[in-house]
Design a protein around this ligand. Structure first.
Ligand SMILES: Nc1nc2c(ncn2[C@@H]2O[C@H](COP(=O)(O)OP(=O)(O)OP(=O)(O)O)[C@@H](O)[C@H]2O)c(=O)[nH]1
Length: 526
């Protein structure tokens, strides 16, 4: 039986392979006309063969449904339009096969998704997935010094978080290949915001689903004056040479001294009254959104805020310019009865300037700015992040190491009031932090190979960790007197002695790990 005869037998008279209706097969595929035909009036199930060019779609169709031998498929021409095949073996096996050309761009706006995929629920769902972007991936931040930086990928840095703008999932709906550009000039922080994308979701195709308003979400957090035209933004770079840091120069800091890669940094402090600083700070604080969890913009009209800023002073056009590297805000709280207790509130070193020692320098500058003021009790930190805790441990340990009360001999005698007094008087370190530094430095001074010495250290730390449990035990005794056993059980989830020991051990191990990191950094800094 010839191939054609066999086809006849299988598919009944009138059927012609690959030419179900003329509409589909006349003329080359033009991306539109072939696809915009309502061609499934009977609502038959369809199998869509889609995939890369020359991936074997037509071969599958011919071999499976038309008994073509695999070898013969070698001679198949590339499909250049949708070819529909009506399979009608019996009254109950009836469906269509649509063989798509490999070059179809399904995201082309001319492509009628509804006509092709109507009824294919999971396809739609999958297609919708392609319109979801990780907001941290999509956002490019830059501190631009010269026009070339705009093109240069090396000057791009990424946010650590974006949930404060784009929600807990940190995702944006509605775009494919979305890129958000939030660029600042390195000195003045003139700002550019722009987005680009390959395709935006079409509400008509996806039950009215509309794309997230990315520009609106970010611009709501930007002070007025940001630019949406990149050329305008680049043009403002001319004015960067007039930019000078605000406030009083407190310290200078250099890295790679004496080498070709030497860099210079300057640390300043100022108040909101400094001319021009109010609007500068409005732009500066927008970085918090991407790096500080639960960041909130502060009420700068409160005159108890102090600002500390780091700038890089870099050579440019025979002179020099300044680029922002990071900043901190400190609030001067009252401490009863007549003292002041500054609290570090926000602390940020921008990614391009991290791992240069600037965080430690900034913290030291903040300390030093308060040291001579006898009215200052000590310095606290608001809700410190893990990263900040590490930095603070390092700086405080480095400084306390120089105090007589933290000498090796004294450390082995245990934590005492002299340490608290000296750390507070000389370094403005509060009692809780002084205790932590004592544990770090005593760990450093402990010979871990000496069983007794190491054990004494662990017990000393665990005794402190056990204090809350002791409190719990005394609370329990009080409650025992006031409540009957039933009430007591429902009020408290008491832990057994074994659980408590296990918990203490875990807590201790975690602390020891943190202390080891600090000691490694101390050793590297020597
Ligand atoms: N080795 C191998 N070759 C295959 C296989 N399937 C298909 N081919 C060969 O791959 C080539 C392309 O196959 P087609 O079926 O025309 O591919 P297509 O996906 O329909 O291509 P377009 O119409 O261009 O999108 C043909 O020469 C086939 O013989 C396979 O499983 N193995």
């Amino acid at each position: 039986m010839s191939y054609e005869q066999e086809e006849e037998d299988h598919y009944g008279p009138g059927y012609e392979v690959g030419s179900y209706t003329k509409d589909y097969n006349d003329g080359p595929y033009d991306g539109e006309s072939d696809l915009n035909v309502n061609s499934n009036p009977e609502g038959k199930p369809r199998i869509l063969l889609m995939g890369l060019r020359r991936s074997g779609k037509s071969s599958i169709q011919k071999v499976v449904f038309h008994k073509m031998s695999p070898n013969e498929t070698l001679f198949l021409e590339s499909t250049n339009k949708i070819v529909k095949d009506e399979i009608s073996n019996s009254s109950f096996v009836q469906f269509q096969i649509w063989d798509f050309p490999g070059q179809v761009d399904f995201f082309d706006s001319n492509f009628d998704c509804e006509m092709i995929f109507g009824g294919c629920g999971s396809y739609k769902k999958n297609l919708l997935q392609t319109f979801i972007t990780d907001s941290n991936e999509a956002l490019d931040l830059k501190l631009v010094r010269e026009p070339f930086d705009v093109e240069n990928d090396e000057t791009t840095f990424k946010p650590e978080m974006s949930h404060q703008i784009f929600g807990e999932n940190e995702s944006i709906f509605g775009y494919q290949n979305l890129k958000i550009s939030l660029y600042y000039t390195a000195g003045k922080l003139n700002t550019y915001l722009g987005i680009t994308y390959k395709a935006e979701v079409d509400p008509k195709q996806f039950d009215g689903a509309i794309a997230d308003d990315v520009m609106g979400a970010i611009s709501a957090k930007l002070p007025p004056g940001y630019m949406t035209n990149l050329d305008d933004f680049v043009a403002t770079l001319n004015k960067e040479q007039t930019f000078k840091p605000f406030g009083e120069l407190l310290s200078t800091y250099s890295i790679n001294k004496g080498s070709a890669t030497e860099r210079h940094f300057q640390l300043y402090s100022c108040t909101i009254e400094e001319i021009g600083f109010r609007s500068y700070h409005e732009r500066l604080q927008t970085f918090l959104l991407w790096y500080v969890d639960a960041a909130s913009f502060i009420d700068v009209d409160d005159d108890r805020w102090r600002f500390y800023l780091i700038f890089e002073k870099y050579p440019c056009d025979g002179g020099h310019r300044y680029a922002i590297c990071g900043y901190a805000t400190v609030y001067l709280y009252f401490a009863y009865p007549n003292k002041t207790r500054p609290r570090i509130s926000q602390f940020l070193v921008l990614p391009p300037f991290q791992r240069l020692g600037l965080g430690a320098e900034l913290l030291n500058v903040i300390y030093r700015s308060f040291l001579k003021d006898s009215n200052i009790l000590d310095i606290t930190v608001e809700d410190p992040s893990e990263e900040f805790t590490r930095l603070r441990d390092f700086v405080d340990s480095q400084n306390c190491k120089k105090l007589p009360s933290f000498s090796k001999e004294k450390l082995h005698q245990g934590f005492n009031a002299e340490m608290v007094d000296e750390a507070q008087r000389d370094l403005k370190i509060n009692k809780k932090q002084a205790r932590r530094v004592y544990e770090i430095l005593r760990f450093q001074a402990t010979n871990l190979a000496d069983f007794e010495e190491y054990r004494a250290y662990r017990l000393d730390v665990k005794r402190r960790l056990n204090i809350p449990y002791q409190k719990e035990a005394s609370d329990y005794k009080k409650l025992q007197k006031a409540l009957n056993p039933e009430e007591l059980r429902s009020t408290l989830s008491t832990s057994t002695k074994e659980q408590r020991i296990e918990n203490l051990d875990k807590q201790y191990q975690m602390l020891e790990n943190e202390y080891r990191h600090t000691l490694e950094r101390l050793a590297a800094a020597q």
